[in-house]
Write a new protein. Structure first.
Length: 106
């Protein structure tokens, strides 16, 4: 059981439905809210560049190495690195990870 810190709000994603109270719960073992860092340089100053959904069709078609679907958040840091925050799903299991393109080797 996670005994992490909680934050409470009445809205999620601008929803007009006020019949629910959403509680943010830490995903880390330490119980604190984790800050997102650029996986290339470690910068904590990152921006969202867009989001998308990839339908894996249960056939590894998301190109994430996972068989199911994936939600991709395109990110970029203030030092100019572009990367993606990925949540990949398959049969009820969800993994979250960052990925970025490595420079081509000559």
């Amino acid at each position: 059981m996670n005994t992490g810190k909680k934050r409470t709000s009445n809205q999620l994603s601008g929803s007009a439905d006020s019949s629910y109270i959403y509680s943010d719960i830490s995903l880390s073992e330490g119980g604190h809210f984790d800050r997102v860092h650029c996986p290339v340089c470690g910068s904590e100053y990152n921006r969202v560049g867009g989001t998308g959904f990839l339908d894996g069709k249960d056939n590894y078609e998301t190109r994430t190495g996972y068989r199911g679907d994936a939600v991709i958040t395109n990110m970029y840091c203030e030092d100019g690195h572009s990367w993606q925050l990925v949540i990949a799903f398959h049969k009820g299991i969800s993994d979250i990870f960052a990925r970025y393109k490595l420079p081509a080797r000559i």
